[in-house]
Design a protein around this ligand. Structure first.
Ligand code: 13P
Ligand code: SF4
Length: 304
């Protein structure tokens, strides 16, 4: 009897498929993935890889972005219901009103968004490249959607621009509590605080480092002088953190942040989609897909 891991290996070879997983996916899923990464790394990989089938162990905006950038590839989602609530938190009226008011407005869209929202935007960004991209845009006026926390973080790094925000947020990061981080700091005074920019401002104020999931993982990997870290992002990152720094300790706020949509992905679902080809990401309607793809391609160009 094959183990699930062996079965997945066999199916991958049969279908010439590759498995991509976000750092928030469950450990056993990260273990079978060919590539694990943050949203930026995964979207670049989706373009570079030549395999005709991509199995995307993440939420729907990730699979959708991979499909938009690779219309000819088959993108399979092990769990078709895994979605990101923030990806829907934009009202088109906010964009229309801002465009009307400012001629030189750039609508900058966090990749955590639906294809439709991307299609209303000028350029996509991820938490790993947002500062660089916004800084290099010729536009002075920036509407940042959907995440207000990431928008405020970028605005602080790029004070020469004029920002407008949209009231979207990630429920997992927004409701992490600064008091819990303070308690951890008191209990572990030597620990450095590494947080994701989707966290609320009170948490960002307590941070030694603010960055994407890969930024957090790399920071802990490089700062070997420190062996205790307080982590302000979804606890799925601990799989990679522990691999990079087996000697270190990682503390999460008491209300351990989890992304239920990512965490519900299972090996059985990976086997199922590889076997049946079900849950294939559909290409959105042509005009919408073209505009959304343009915003994603602009990101890949400007991030170089
Ligand atoms: P990254 O850009 O770090 O991958 O973060 C994605 C995400 O969904 C964070 O909640
Ligand atoms: Fe969306 Fe938040 Fe989950 Fe990231 S952690 S995918 S932003 S719900």
């Amino acid at each position: 009897m094959n183990t699930k891991k062996e079965r997945i290996q066999q199916l991958k070879e049969e279908k010439n498929a590759v498995i991509l997983a976000h750092y928030y996916a469950p450990p056993e899923v990260q273990e079978v993935a060919d590539y694990i990464g943050d949203s930026f790394c995964l979207s670049k990989l989706a373009v570079q890889l030549t395999n005709p089938v991509l199995v995307f162990c993440g939420v729907s905006f990730m699979g959708e972005s991979a499909k938009l950038l690779n219309p000819e590839k088959t993108v399979l989602m092990p769990d078709a219901t895994a979605d990101c609530p923030m990806a829907h938190m934009v009202d088109k009226a906010v964009i229309d009103a801002a465009r009307e008011q400012y001629e030189d407005l750039a609508v900058v869209c966090y990749i955590n968004s639906t294809a439709q929202i991307k299609s209303w935007s000028d350029v996509c960004v991820t938490s790993a490249n947002a500062v660089k991209i916004v800084r290099n845009l010729p536009n002075k006026n920036i509407l940042f959607i959907p995440d207000r926390n990431l928008g405020h973080f970028v605005a602080e790094q790029v004070p020469e621009k004029h920002f407008f925000y949209n009231e979207g947020y990630c429920p997992r990061h927004e409701f992490m509590s600064a008091d819990e981080v303070r308690e951890l700091k008191e209990a572990h005074p030597q620990a450095q605080v590494l947080v994701h920019p989707e966290c609320n401002g009170q948490i960002l104020d307590l941070a030694d480092y603010i960055g994407s999931t890969s930024g957090i993982i790399n920071y802990a990997g490089e700062h070997t002088e420190c062996s205790e870290f307080i982590i302000g992002t979804v606890s799925g990152v601990v799989y990679k953190l522990s691999e990079k720094r087996p000697d270190a300790r990682f503390y999460f706020p008491k209300t351990r942040p989890s992304c239920p949509d990512m965490e519900q992905i299972t090996l059985d679902q990976v086997i199922h989609v590889l076997t049946t080809g079900e849950n294939e990401v559909a290409m959105p309607p042509e005009a919408l897909a073209q505009q959304a793809e343009q915003a994603l391609s602009n990101m890949l160009k400007l991030a170089k």
